[in-house]
Write a protein that binds this ligand. Structure first.
Ligand code: GLU
Length: 479
């Protein structure tokens, strides 16, 4: 069902709130994309908040990895990053207020007691929940630092309309008194998230549906703080090709690992958008088109499966059709990454024009372009044995003469090769393959005119000489 956004709806103010305990995962990136799109589509704002209250698991490196991942995808926040670790005073004030109003209480129960409650519940087939023993303690123990629990309503229901999943209702009897502040004074996720979403005036929370069970607890907290909850949109998870939840075992999961594998940010973004969102049966969307078409209601309810083939297909399409202005910096990055200097070979536009027809990823592209930017050590022995033979000497020499002063365009070079073949009355293969091995060291490269073009005149002449020497030495060695 398509729900059209009312033009009078207020602009969406949303946030992406990752915990910095690892890289920016592909699922997180998709959530960030949906948040960003929802905000952009409505003329609102996209806020970035780093949820780093877990001092042990949060690292500066992860924060950087998240920022790098978002920057690479150009999911630029309008505000932030805010850091929860810098906002402790706000959480403490909210907890104090809840304590004052009797909506929260100190709990002194030992780990052992909680564990035995849990075991009892499990043994009788019930959901483990805190029994509320400390709700009305008359004499709190003096030597224990308590945790603070929220006093969840005992009855009634919590209902909300999820903008992806539709109406959802929880019975309060299902929810126990959740811990909102640990014994060391640090706030828990559910408290901090509510305080921040309120303080940051978030009106739509878009997040993974693994948080759906937290939502009724958070809604109760909003009410206890006399506030109106935001709207929620819980997006389903991403599965691997085998149907299991996407994880490391499926290969690259961090966004930056996809960069390293040779994908373009716009292709990955287009892919992620379609992974769980659709607009008819269209597959290709520019950023602007996504912004103009995106509605959070159109996010699928069902989990989506990662489809490598489709990503490769999209990546190749983007390699061919994306404006070079966007692709060249990535190509440059990949060349340098494998130790090639982009200044020591053909213009990147030219390389891209040729190789994008043959390659699905930038990694493939740069791997197959080594000989255009650097000398190779040895000829591939199999290719050399087959093609660098005395019969190739005459064609290579004749061609060398032509190449000294012909125009250096693929057309002129193709013509030079053809003419040489005709003049010597040999088939094109007899000249093309030896030339290819001479130029790149092995038997696979773009068409011979394009290969020559990319290798460049000086290198081509030098390499033909090298191949002729090689043949000469071979003949001598064989007596
Ligand atoms: N820090 C939480 C996470 O990374 C955010 C959940 C939310 O968006 O409320 O899962």
């Amino acid at each position: 069902m398509q729900v059209t956004e009312d033009k009078n709806d207020p602009p969406i103010r949303t946030r992406f709130a990752p915990s910095p305990t690892g890289f920016l995962h592909i699922g997180g990136a998709r959530t960030a994309l949906f948040c960003w799109l929802a905000a952009r589509a409505s003329g609102g704002q996209f806020v970035l908040r780093i949820e780093d209250t877990d001092q042990v698991r949060s690292t500066g490196e992860s924060v950087q990895a998240i920022l790098d991942g978002l920057a690479w995808l150009e999911l630029t926040p309008d505000e932030g990053p805010y850091f929860q670790s810098e906002r402790m005073a706000l959480y403490h004030a909210a907890v104090a207020r809840l304590l004052d109003q009797g909506r929260a209480y100190r709990c002194y129960c030992s780990r052992e007691r909680l564990e035995s409650l849990r075991e009892q519940a499990m043994a009788s087939g019930q959901k483990p929940r805190y029994d509320g023993r400390c709700r009305s303690l008359s004499q709190p123990p003096a030597d224990i630092e308590p945790v603070i629990r929220f006093r969840n309503p005992d009855s009634g229901t919590v209902a909300f309309h999820d903008r992806v999943r539709g109406p959802i209702e929880f019975d309060n009897r299902e929810l126990d008194d959740l811990v909102i502040q640990r014994a060391d004074g640090s706030p828990t996720y559910n408290l901090a998230v509510v305080v921040d979403d309120l303080d940051m005036r978030i009106n739509l929370v878009v997040r993974g549906d693994d948080h759906i069970n937290n939502t009724p607890r958070q809604i109760n907290l909003y009410h206890a703080l006399d506030a109106t909850p935001p709207e929620f949109a819980h997006v389903p998870m991403i599965l691997g090709e085998d149907g299991a939840r996407l994880s490391k075992r499926h290969g690259a999961v961090s966004v930056m690992a996809w960069r390293e594998l040779g994908y373009l940010p716009d292709a990955l973004l287009n892919y992620l958008a379609r992974l769980g969102w659709s607009s008819g049966d269209r597959e290709l969307f520019s950023r602007d088109e996504l912004v103009s078409l995106f509605q959070v209601e159109d996010v699928n309810r069902k989990a989506s499966r990662f489809d490598m083939e489709k990503l490769n297909w999209l990546n190749q399409l983007y390699l061919r059709s994306e404006s070079t202005q966007r692709t060249l910096p990535e190509l440059d990055w990949h060349l340098r990454r494998i130790g090639l200097d982009p200044a020591c070979g053909p213009a990147l536009e030219d390389l891209l024009a040729v190789q994008s027809q043959r390659c699905e990823t930038l990694v493939e592209m740069v791997e197959q372009s080594r000989a255009f930017y650097a000398d190779f050590d040895d000829f591939d022995p199999v290719a050399a044995k087959k093609h660098l033979r005395p019969v190739a000497v005459e064609p290579l020499r004749a061609l060398r003469t032509q190449l000294q002063d012909c125009d250096w365009t693929p057309e002129a070079l193709g013509l030079a090769v053809n003419r040489t073949a005709e003049a010597l009355e040999v088939g094109l293969g007899k000249i093309g393959q030896p030339l290819r091995v001479a130029l790149v060291g092995h038997g696979s490269s773009p068409s011979i005119d394009q290969t020559l073009w990319l290798v460049g005149r000086a290198r081509a002449l030098e390499r033909i000489d090298r191949a002729l020497d090689f043949i000469d030495q071979r003949v001598r060695a064989n007596g």
